[in-house]
Each structure stands twice: as structure tokens, then as C-alpha cells.
Design a protein around this ligand. Structure first.
Ligand code: FAD
Ligand code: SF4
Length: 327
């Protein structure tokens, strides 16, 4: 680990000043950042610890927009009674992520910004365009089971690993960002950059910017939603494939659907193709699977990950059927 200075700002304004300095990195729960520093995958010259700033730690699920302070703990949000009843997909995505111990420390803002689990990125001897721009991509000729079906390029094919962002993509979600030079709110879809475009650049955040809150537009489709995560072990594992589905139903007919996919793309991936098939159909096993298959029609499989296409189609189908039975 490289030497670094540590500061613990007393206010958000002080955090903005410190975060804007060259070489500074934020620390929230630290469950990703400390790992990256230990592995020499991040070498900030200064750490700005914001984890204790109470003004960013609360969340409110009662209004016309759900508001999650960026420093709200994953474990607390996962247990919120309103979320569990009205937006089960969001609660489930947190319950199925990491472990209880990690969720007690990790924040919902930090979760959005976790980095890929690509083994070649984490192993400092392999060529990796994300770690060393221009070095090449070891995964292209390597083990591709975990790699992306969507959003990759000859520069990077790694998957975005987070569960929470995938579930949030099934709703109208935006991200509130603040810095010493001003505030802005952007759709969540504009926060992440597909790794294939520029592996070293993962988000559209600028130096000194802090995510202060995640906002979700309240919607009746929340009640009929679910997050389905398929993994190699039933706990404490990242998604091989995941699907978040939120539905508005009229009897057995789907009025409106939102579908997003995890474990298969280089950023949280909304599936407009699956949504289009679901809208207006009578939902049954056949129509749900047709939607799932549409969601993967444009997939670009590699040597060892084509199995995710059928698995993913069934994940979407099962999630749609589960969501439709909720009320
Ligand atoms: C063993 C293990 C298993 C895991 N399994 C899963 C899993 O199955 N699913 C899953 O989704 N996640 C999983 N995770 C990831 C875990 O959920 C994240 O590490 C955690 O959510 C990150 O939150 P944090 O508060 O600890 O972030 P930190 O580690 O403090 O920060 C993460 C990154 O975000 C930046 N950052 C933090 N807060 C802000 C902010 N407010 N504004 C701007 N930048 C900020 C930091 O500078 C850093 O770059 C796992 C992690 C571990 C270690
Ligand atoms: S897939 Fe991306 S993260 Fe993995 S080795 Fe290639 S460039 Fe690096």
C-alpha cells in the first residue's frame, strides 16, 4: 500500500474542499476502498473519510420521491418496512449483496461505485487496460465465464458487479451530486460508463464531486417488483446473472414493465427489448420467457459465457412471474 494522508472533515463543506484536491479519494464504509488500496489497485495520496457525516446518512421512503442519503448503511435500507412492502426489488437487491457484516458497514452510495471483480484486474501481474491504460486485456484470451455479454469491446469485457444499481435501474432513479463548485442531479443511467468505451473511466463523476443522495421516483410498479440473483453459491457471492423486474398489471395483462440485468454487462443494464415484449401481453410462462429471450437477443457471447444467455432469459421470466404475483 502506498503512503497517504488521512483526514476526517467536520462538515460536508470541508469534505468538498478536501475531495477536490489532486490525488484525494473518498472513504465511506471502506469495504471496497481499503481492498483496492491493499491490492495497489488504488493509490490515493490522501483519504477523505466522510463515513461519519450524519447529514448524508439518513433515508426517507415515505414521500413522492424516495431519498437515500449516500451514507445510509446497506443493512438499514434493506430492512426498511416501506421498502420491503412497496419496493421489494430494492430491498432484495441489498439483502442478497455481500454479507450482513459487510452491509452493516457499507453505504448505498459506495455500493454504486464498487469496481469490477474481473480476476485480471485484481491480479497485478496480468495486462489490464482498466488498471494500466493501453496495457491490453488479458481476459480476451483468458477465462471468460464471468465476462460481459453487453457493453464490452476489444479493450474491456468486464462485468459491473453491483446488485443495488441493477435493481435501481428498474425504477426512475437519479443521483444527486455535489461539490465545491455546485450541485447537479443526473439519471442513474448516466452515472456509469460502459467499461468497453474507456476501461479506465468508470463513471461520469468529476474530481471533487460527492454523491450526496440517490432518489427514486415513487411508483405503483414498486409493489410488483423483485430482484432475482443467480450465483454460484447461495450466499456471499456476486451475481452470475441477475434480473430486476417491476410491473404494472391489469389483471393478467402487463400494462408497463421495467427490466434490468446484472452480472452480464459492463454497467447496470436496462433491457428495453424485454420491456417491449412484456408491455400489453397476458403474462404466463411462455410470454415471460419470450421477454427474457428478447432481452438477450443482442448478447455478444464469448468462449465460455454463452450459457448466461439462456440462464438470463429464464431469470427474467422467473422474475416477471414472481413480480406479477405480488400485490
Ligand atoms: C467480500 C465482499 C463481497 C461483496 N459482495 C457483494 C455482492 O454480492 N453484491 C454487491 O452489490 N456488492 C458486494 N460487495 C461490495 C460491497 O457492497 C461494496 O464494497 C460496498 O457497498 C461499498 O460501499 P462502501 O461504503 O464500503 O464504499 P467505500 O469502500 O468506502 O467506497 C467505494 C468507492 O466509492 C467512493 N465513494 C464512496 N462514497 C462516495 C460518495 N458518497 N460519493 C462519491 N464517491 C464515493 C470511494 O472513493 C470508493 O472509490 C462485496 C464486497 C466484499 C468485500
Ligand atoms: S476485462 Fe477489463 S478489467 Fe478485465 S483484464 Fe480486460 S481490461 Fe482489465
Amino acid at each position: 500500500m502506498q503512503p497517504f494522508t488521512y483526514s476526517r472533515p467536520a462538515s460536508l463543506n470541508e469534505a468538498f474542499q478536501l475531495a477536490g484536491r489532486p490525488g484525494a479519494a473518498l472513504l465511506a464504509g471502506g469495504t471496497t476502498m481499503v481492498d483496492l488500496m491493499r491490492g495497489d489497485l488504488a493509490a490515493p495520496s490522501s483519504i477523505v473519510d466522510i463515513g461519519h457525516l450524519a447529514e448524508l446518512a439518513s433515508f426517507d421512503t415515505s414521500g413522492s420521491a424516495l431519498r437515500f442519503g449516500a451514507l445510509a448503511r446497506m443493512a438499514d435500507v434493506a430492512e426498511d418496512a416501506t421498502l420491503l412492502r412497496d419496493y421489494p426489488a430494492l430491498a432484495e437487491s441489498l439483502q442478497l449483496a455481500a454479507s450482513q457484516q459487510l452491509r452493516e458497514a457499507a453505504t448505498v452510495g459506495g455500493n454504486l461505485l464498487q469496481r469490477t471483480r474481473c480476476v485480471y484486474f485484481r491480479d497485478s501481474v496480468s495486462a489490464c487496460n482498466k488498471r494500466v491504460p493501453g496495457a491490453g486485456c488479458s481476459a480476451l484470451d483468458g477465462v471468460t465465464r464471468e465476462m460481459a455479454l453487453f457493453g464490452g469491446s476489444e479493450r474491456c469485457i468486464a462485468t459491473y458487479p453491483g446488485d443495488w444499481a441493477t435493481a435501481l435501474m428498474a425504477f426512475d432513479t437519479s443521483v444527486e451530486i455535489q461539490s465545491a463548485s455546485g450541485n447537479r442531479t443526473i439519471p442513474l443511467a448516466d452515472l456509469h460508463v460502459a467499461y468497453g468505451e474507456d476501461p479506465a473511466r468508470e463513471t461520469t463523476l468529476k474530481r471533487g464531486e460527492i454523491i450526496t443522495a440517490i432518489l427514486v421516483q415513487a411508483t405503483p410498479t414498486g409493489r410488483r417488483s423483485t430482484y432475482l440473483k443467480i450465483r454460484d453459491r447461495e450466499s456471499y457471492a456476486y451475481a452470475v446473472v441477475s434480473a430486476a423486474v417491476a410491473l404494472e398489471m391489469d389483471g393478467d395483462v402487463v400494462r408497463r414493465a421495467r427490466v434490468s440485468l446484472g452480472g452480464v454487462a459492463t454497467k447496470p443494464w436496462r433491457s428495453h427489448a424485454a420491456e417491449a415484449i412484456l408491455a400489453g401481453v397476458t403474462l404466463n410462462e411462455a410470454s415471460a420467457l419470450a421477454a427474457g429471450r428478447a432481452g438477450f437477443a443482442d448478447a455478444q457471447p464469448l468462449a465460455e459465457n454463452a450459457f448466461k444467455i439462456e440462464l438470463g432469459a429464464h431469470a427474467v421470466a422467473r422474475a416477471a412471474l414472481v413480480a406479477s404475483r405480488r400485490n
